[in-house]
Design a protein around this ligand. Structure first.
Ligand SMILES: NC(=O)c1ccc[n+]([C@@H]2O[C@H](COP(=O)([O-])OP(=O)(O)OC[C@H]3O[C@@H](n4cnc5c(N)ncnc54)[C@H](OP(=O)(O)O)[C@@H]3O)[C@@H](O)[C@H]2O)c1
Length: 378
């Protein structure tokens, strides 16, 4: 069933030559990447739908570091890039798991972009699973809705699912602290917002130029990561009266692990969540703190080869329960926005499909701070 005339072909940002042969063994998402991205706007087929898919006419697509990292390191030729989107449902698959989705609905979410020829958000149309998208509430506009993609589900996965917490969140014990390292990043701002909704006091670690921003998302205390280790850890302990047991490192690179681990309370059963593969030494810094790594792609519920251009497959296995949690996130996102006050990232419109690779370059060279780059597609 479709609501309007859908063309046979569309414009999309597509990988045009193979990302380099994958030689690294680890870490998969490290900053060590090929110097050039290898994608451009091309005319490709509008995706066909599986039974549980809907076709979305994309209005806005938002940018994540994973987009340029895929193009530089992992994407096979022909793959459509991009994950985050908002848009209008224009066609329904034959057997939707979420029957509440209807033609004409304004929806948003993220898809597994960068690996498949028929899946990606830097495109005029995309296919998405009906129960892994959400209806956009009236309190936010469509460009803001596009920011509730990769960074938002990553935050929920790290702070709720991997901590075995209830969802939607229950209130934390009064006075408990949550430390967010990299609080001005896209993930970091969602983490501050969600931590606040969970009732935590938030200690936000970022650059001083981001202090006002993270405070406006709910941070109670701010610290500058440039102070390094052991200064930041000592400050966390002083402010919290002995150390914390909840931490989320939304950068997970370089000195970040050491800096935040220094603020954990001794032998108190603390957990630090990280979102890039941590070097082995990280697990030795504080053996009394559990370090847990998550990858948002497991929320799509399918095993996949993360390095399809390598001579040897690198398969990420399906994680039991993760797809169900992905469905829960999307089911509750509208009420988390309207009732729990989760705020979208600040939006900067960076252009159209033709500006995507230039935007990747901005991100890759550290020019993006405290904003989400969003592209107007239609
Ligand atoms: N595991 C997963 O599934 C998953 C999902 C999403 C993202 N990620 C990864 O998580 C990272 C963050 O993603 P994002 O979209 O949130 O990034 P982002 O918004 O592009 O991050 C930009 C921010 O990073 C901050 N920053 C840069 N270097 C820092 C450092 N050394 N210490 C603290 N803050 C620093 C900057 O803060 P200031 O300007 O305040 O200095 C800036 O605001 C990326 O590497 C991404 O690939 C992983």
């Amino acid at each position: 069933m479709s609501s309007d005339t859908i063309p046979e072909t569309m414009q999309a940002v597509v990988q045009n030559t193979s990302a380099r042969e994958y030689r690294q063994t680890s870490p998969i998402f490290s900053g060590t990447t090929h110097p050039e991205m290898k994608a451009s706007v091309q005319e490709v087929k509008v995706p066909q739908l599986d039974d549980n898919d809907v076709l979305v006419r994309v209005k806005f697509a938002a940018q994540n570091p994973t987009d340029w990292k895929h193009s530089a390191n992992m994407s096979p030729p022909g793959a459509i890039l991009g994950c985050d989107f908002s848009g209008t449902v224009v066609k329904l698959g034959r057997n939707l798991k979420n029957p509440n989705i209807q033609l004409g609905d304004q929806v948003a979410g993220c898809v597994h972009g960068g690996l498949f020829k028929d899946k990606g958000s830097y495109a005029q149309y995309l296919r998405a699973e009906s129960d892994l998208i959400f209806k956009v509430p009236e309190s936010i506009n469509m460009e803001q809705a596009a920011t509730f993609g990769v960074a938002w589900v990553t935050t929920c996965q790290a702070m709720i699912s991997s901590q075995h917490k209830p969802f939607p969140p229950e209130k934390a014990a009064e006075g408990d602290w949550y430390v967010i390292y990299g609080a001005s990043s896209s993930v970091g701002l969602f983490a501050v917002s969600l931590g606040k909704a969970m009732g935590y006091r938030i200690m936000a670690i970022c650059s001083p130029h981001s202090y006002d921003l993270v405070r406006s998302y709910g941070a109670d205390e701010v610290l500058d990561y440039h102070e390094g280790d052991p200064g930041v850890g000592e400050a966390i302990k002083r402010i919290s009266g002995g150390g914390v047991i909840n931490g989320f490192d939304t950068i997970s690179e370089g000195a970040s692990f050491k800096i935040i681990l220094g603020g954990f309370k001794e032998n108190a059963g603390g957990q630090l969540n990280v979102i890039l593969p941590a070097p082995q030494e990280t697990y030795e810094i504080r053996k009394d703190v559990k370090v847990v790594s998550t990858l948002m792609y497991t929320l799509f519920g399918k095993a996949f080869n993360i390095t399809p251009t390598a001579y040897k497959p690198n398969v990420v296995a399906e994680v039991e329960g993760d797809r169900d949690f992905g469905v829960e996130i999307n089911k509750h996102t509208p009420e988390l926005i309207t009732k729990y006050g989760i705020k979208p990232n600040p939006v900067r419109i960076r252009g159209t499909l033709h500006d995507v690779t230039a935007g990747w370059e901005d991100m890759k060279t550290g020019k993006v701070s405290g904003v989400k780059l969003v592209y107007k597609i239609a």
